[in-house]
Design a protein around this ligand. Structure first.
Ligand code: GLV
Ligand code: MN
Ligand code: MN
Length: 403
């Protein structure tokens, strides 16, 4: 098959997995059936290419072309994740995995024999949509998240991650930092859909990612007092939903003051009766900034404002401002026709690996809608092919080759 058709063929095999027919969005949450189907698809594609598939202690899938253990500095790894946010787009994650397989096909069709092993990874639960903490797969293997904490995380049905993994046939007691898996990554190149408008403005199909903003998630617990909606005087009420509304507005105001981003995208109201004043509410805050001080100031301002409603803000996860590898970024820029270099406010496994000392860089592919974490996320086929070609060029160079 012509290499141009490989991407489309790979893509068409997964477009319906975990897609909600009503919204057109994807619900591929970690260890649920759609996620397991995606993992199975990945394993099958790797097997059909004769790649050696390994699952690490966390369940991340690694497929190797060549043996990464024969070189003390490991192999060249690419890939991304296959899970999604609620009603996510098709490209966030899968574009990186599909492009990795398509790039390997190009190398093989060109008769390239890499000197270093090339690996393709599917990281578990990058979005944290089910258990609340993002990039669980890379955080656990690098030791950034303890196995005890990871296994005890609960989804909205009160299922722990340990239970979910066991139900999916995994052994949660094995979970933990995996220096062997991390040590095999000589360099990591994550190709990803761009999640903003940078490439639209530049009129380019592909960019290189060099930096990830500081970001994190916080839980805000807002107390109230349950009572009757039809009989309780306004002056007698302690309504948790009012406190929740104040928290949402405080987040927006703090972001405006500090030039950052702050979002409340999920709330839970207890007990949730139309005719009952809420006993308590929980709001989850996502905050991001181009600098650590701006992020700290944003969250501190929100914490101070919500304290006026007796609400308490607790950190659930945080990723520092992350510089990807300068040398790798410069090398990619040289290889990719001086593609623009840009930072991002989106979090990625590449950032977690970079913070663990792995040389990492990213390739972004233009998203003509500029919309992400939504079914409106998109990439034109020509741009997808440009991304695959860029990745193939980078892998050929980094892995060294004989033809
Ligand atoms: C991942 O997409 C994130 O930044 O939340
Ligand atoms: Mn995402
Ligand atoms: Mn992603």
């Amino acid at each position: 098959m012509a290499q141009a058709g490989r991407f489309e063929q790979l893509w068409s095999a997964i477009v319906d997995i975990g897609r909600d027919p009503t919204t057109g969005g994807y619900r591929r949450f970690a260890w649920t059936e759609p996620d397991l189907k995606m993992r199975e698809w990945f394993a099958d594609e790797c097997a059909s290419r004769g790649l050696d598939l390994i699952e690490d202690r966390m369940g991340n899938q690694w497929a190797w072309w060549g043996d990464p253990d024969i070189d003390a500095s490991g192999g060249i790894v690419t890939g991304s994740h296959l899970d999604s946010v609620p009603d996510g787009g098709a490209f966030d994650g899968p574009l990186g995995v599909v492009s990795a397989l398509a790039a390997i096909d190009i190398l093989r069709a060109s008769g390239i024999e890499p000197h270093r092993a090339i690996g393709v990874v599917n990281f578990v639960d990058e979005e944290g949509a089910r258990f609340g903490v993002s990039c669980i797969g890379s955080r656990v293997i690098t030791g950034a998240l303890s196995p005890e904490r990871a296994l005890a995380l609960r989804d909205t049905d009160d299922v722990t991650m340990a239970e979910a993994m066991r139900a999916a046939g995994r052994q949660p007691e094995q979970l933990g930092a995996d220096p062997e898996a991390v040590g095999r990554i000589g360099s990591f190149i994550e190709l990803h859909i761009e999640q903003g408008r940078g490439l639209i403005d530049l009129g380019r199909a592909v960019a290189i990612g060099n930096r990830i903003w500081a970001h994190g998630r916080w839980r805000i617990e807002i107390p109230g007092e349950a009572n009757h909606a039809g009989t309780t005087r306004l002056s007698d009420r302690q309504d948790a939903v009012i406190g929740c509304a104040r928290a949402v507005l405080a987040a927006r105001a703090a972001a405006e003051v500090h030039g950052s981003l702050a979002t409340v995208g999920k709330i839970s109201i207890q007990p949730g009766g139309v005719n009952a004043i809420a006993r308590s509410a929980t709001a989850w805050l996502d905050a991001r900034a181009a600098s650590e001080p701006a992020l700290r100031a944003t969250v501190a301002q929100i914490a101070e404002q919500v304290a006026a409603s007796d609400a308490v803000l607790t950190e659930e996860s945080r990723t520092p401002q992350t510089a990807l590898d300068n040398d790798l970024v410069a090398r990619l820029a040289g290889l990719l026709d001086d593609a623009p270099v840009m930072s991002t406010g989106a979090g990625h496994d590449a950032g977690i690996l970079a913070n663990a000392g792995v040389p990492a860089a990213m390739i972004f592919v233009r998203n003509p809608t500029g919309v992400s974490h939504s079914p409106a996320e998109w990439a034109e086929p020509d741009d997808c092919r440009a991304g695959v070609a860029a990745l193939a060029t980078v892998l050929t160079d980094l892995a060294g080759s004989e033809q």
